[in-house]
Ligand binder design. Structure first.
Ligand SMILES: O=C[C@H](O)COP(=O)(O)O
Length: 256
């Protein structure tokens, strides 16, 4: 298994069900605050709610900020009221889409099979799929973290994945929005396992797939979390809503 950070990092913001048109100013502020040294060091992505994807993509055009969706339907179109397809996101200017976030798995009963179908849809539409995995508090306390995450990976990763069309995000459910984070040793253990699984499933491509950590990442803890081996960036919720906090997290990658 490779042990260095083999890929360019990615800091991705997931706005969840937050943000109105006025919030697009934060994307403009992110672009403005993304100076050359930050641009050289890290890729930046913001995933606003579906209502804002098209406008966010227009706001971010010509800047270092990419725009993504937070979920997509497995089908390209059809009678699926309220759903948004990967093709629609791509048409709106998105380059990425998050699939299998624990809030989707919990709130909408999304299974690994459903997540895999959504990741395949993302690829069909030419989007990068950010596949989320992570254990609940009960699963961690039962010592089942590695088995749970390994099972989610096996069930959720789409065939034909490469380092260019797949990102994996490890998000312990109990760390999301709680201010709690795993120890760096715990993060290292899970990320190393994910790397081994990716390398065993995808060979050389698996060594270069970006593995993000998510769950209560803030400017104050980003440097420590992002320095863990096989942590190739962050998936940030609450702290991605404000440009200063988001850039403060990305700044962990700024070269001294
Ligand atoms: O997708 C992002 C995560 O769920 C993390 O959210 P959080 O940074 O608010 O804990």
């Amino acid at each position: 298994m490779t042990d260095a950070k083999p890929v360019r990092p990615l800091v991705a913001g997931n706005w969840k069900m937050n943000g109105l048109k006025a919030s697009l100013g934060e994307i403009a502020a992110m672009a403005q605050g993304c100076d050359a040294s930050l641009r050289d060091a890290v890729d930046l992505l913001v995933c606003p709610p579906a209502t804002l994807v098209a406008q966010a993509a227009l706001s971010a055009a010509g800047t270092p900020i990419a725009v993504g969706g937070q979920d997509c339907h497995a089908k390209a179109n059809g009678a699926h009221t309220g759903d948004v397809s990967a093709e629609m996101l791509a048409d709106a200017g998105a380059t990425h889409v998050i699939v299998g976030h624990s809030e989707r798995r919990a709130d909408h009963g999304e299974t690994n099979e459903a997540v895999r179908a959504k990741a395949q849809a993302a690829h069909r539409a030419g989007l990068v799929a950010i596949v989320c995995v992570g254990e609940t508090r009960a699963e961690r306390e039962a010592g089942r973290t590695l088995d749970v995450v390994r099972g989610q990976l096996a069930g959720s990763l789409p065939p034909g994945a490469t380092a260019r069309n797949l990102v994996v995000a490890y998000e312990p459910v109990w760390a999301i929005g709680t201010g709690l984070t795993p120890t760096t040793d715990d993060v290292a253990e899970v990320h190393a396992m994910i790397r081994r699984e990716l390398e065993s499933g995808l060979g050389g491509e698996g060594a270069a797939v970006r593995i993000l950590y998510g769950g209560s990442v803030k400017p104050s803890n980003a440097a420590e979390l992002l320095a863990v081996p096989h942590v190739n960036g962050a998936l940030v919720g609450g702290a991605s809503l404000k440009a200063d906090d988001f850039l403060g997290i990305a700044a962990a990658y700024r070269k001294a």
